[in-house]
Design a protein around this ligand. Sequence first.
Ligand code: 2IT
Length: 447
Amino acid sequence: MKTNDIMARLRAKYPGENEYLQAVQEVLESVEEVYNQHPEFEEAKIVERMVEPDRIFTFRVTWVDDKGEVQTNTGYRVQFNSAIGPYKGGLRFHKAVTPSMLKFLGFEQTFKNALTTLPMGGAKGGSDFDPKGKSNEEIMRFCQAFMLELWQCIGPDQDIPAGDVGVGGREIGYLYGMYKKLAREYNTGVLTGKGSTWGGSILRPEATGFGALYFTQNLLHKAGKDIKGMKVAVSGFGNVAWGACIKATELGAKVVAISGPDGVCEIPEGITREMIDYMLVMRASNRDKVEDMATKFPDKAKFTPGKKSWSVPVDVALPCAFQNELSEDDAKELKANGCICCCEVSNMGCQPGAIHFFQHNGILFAPGKAVNAGGVATSGLEMTQNASHISWSGAEVDAKLHFIMDSIHEQCVKYGTQPDGTIDYVKGANIAGFMKVATAMLEQGTV
Ligand code: 2IT
């Protein structure tokens, strides 16, 4: 396998699908050497098959807004790979959603899910629906209209969606309500991220952020450092950023910056529990403005428009918002301000130039598919509880999540340790995930 040849073919076939091409290139570069030591992979054309989704559903979603006007959006479900389990991955509602974005996310999800140690294939879905400025009733009507089409594509042993950007507990509730009406069955396990009174896993809302901090703690520990007392910059104020702020603070770190599309809020004394709780109010308002934090807590938070969290001096950077949100220039600014570690919590949050800069300038870096896998892992635990009709306590789920994050870190160390003793977490995560999926595909024959 030659990465350059495969990439040239994909670029010609999918021109303009930049996020998808970026994600594929990163994985292929990481695995090329190991792959070429396995002629049986080459013979079965594993890579050529793995970069293509199994199938993509595209559908029209029509709904009526509060003014009585008819609105039309496009919905998608990309079922990427089912070698190691049923399709599993979130739904993203965001105005910029395209097939390229969902293909990149489904591709990443395949390897991430493999790292969790649980039997889940990879998928992603969503819509170009923009939740910004929408009322609760509009969100509900959109979710119901979206499910009118999606329900035919999913099932508890077939494909299990969850939340992602723009889709949280409220949206999962509305989606499930319509699914139940259409399917006429209480298939609890068809969605994850449900409410805790109807089959949702306690701790699923916190899980992505908690898992990311367990991973970051392991990574720093391995490098002989302690997160306690460190200053942390987080981007975004959604579900993932919220969980990360809770656990970082609990571990004795100080979150001194959060951000939004409008700018950054600096919090010199560190974010408080009251402020963390307020992030949920900000998310539910659909205003998409981090400035609201400074308006609510003027003594604690200072808002600067147009700036990112990466302009604030910190020890640890945690991108928690969107793909490609941290550029090479941001990486340089972080380094100049003394940053020693960046753990990507968003999917593909760092641009390739930023990752290259971190890796060549002694900054510890780990990729999203390892760092944020605690979210989908806890979804996997929710599926287990649903299938066996039981409910675990928060402490039980947390212990399992912690164990899974430790195991993901170990897999990265096993496959990513370089001859000079340093750990390449990008290679480690990609090779570990790839080997598992490739082996399963090989054993299942040419399908
Ligand atoms: O990117 C992700 O891993 C998620 N949005 C969570 C997916 C899931 O199925 O819980």
